[in-house]
Design a protein around this ligand. Sequence first.
Ligand code: AMP
Length: 213
Amino acid sequence: MYLVLLGPPGAGKGTQAALLARNQNIVHISTGDMLREAVKAGTELGQEAQQYMDRGELVPDDVVVGITRERLNAPDAHRGFVLDGFPRTAPQAEQLDGILEELDMQLHLIVNLEVPERELIRRMTGRRVCPNCGKTYHLVFHPPRSLGTCDECGTDLVQRDDDKESTVRQRLEVYRKQTEPLVHYYAESGLLLNLEGTGTVDQVYERLEKFLK
Ligand code: AMP
């Protein structure tokens, strides 16, 4: 199964994509995760991407298309994939069509996760991550056992720079301008599923699974 998860930042794409990947035995391809790994590793690509990410802006298309193309070319992607956070602009969507055509793959479904803006802000500004092991928490929905420290490794939790409220608002504006138009692009393909993304993680996944069945 070849899937795309669309939706604003904070809609739960990463969480739902991880569940889908595990349950459907397909690969989870997150451009945000790949870029964060490059930043952490201090590669040239990471250094270029970081300035955009910290400001809540999109990393240039050629950079993101390049890493996604490489990942889709890996043999395990043929088994099935869920794309999380890509495409995010019209040129990315067009280039994705070209890459998939070259690889003789066709998208089966585009899921658009819908969540009201107020809820998105609440979700993102409450998010905390462990800088050591990468585990994520939420101050309200999924707090750590001991305030401010990671359950797994005891490291002090941090807020991602791009989860700070001013950056979150900037990311939402970028989404409205550059990514939301893709909903119309995919609606024309007849493969678009608009899915309510509110409620618990399990509730959203159940909705999605019901549709997949
Ligand atoms: P995410 O974890 O998907 O919210 O992505 C975090 C940040 O990585 C975004 O705010 C962008 O700066 C960058 N990013 C991730 N995916 C893309 C993409 N497809 N195009 C451009 N920038 C991206």
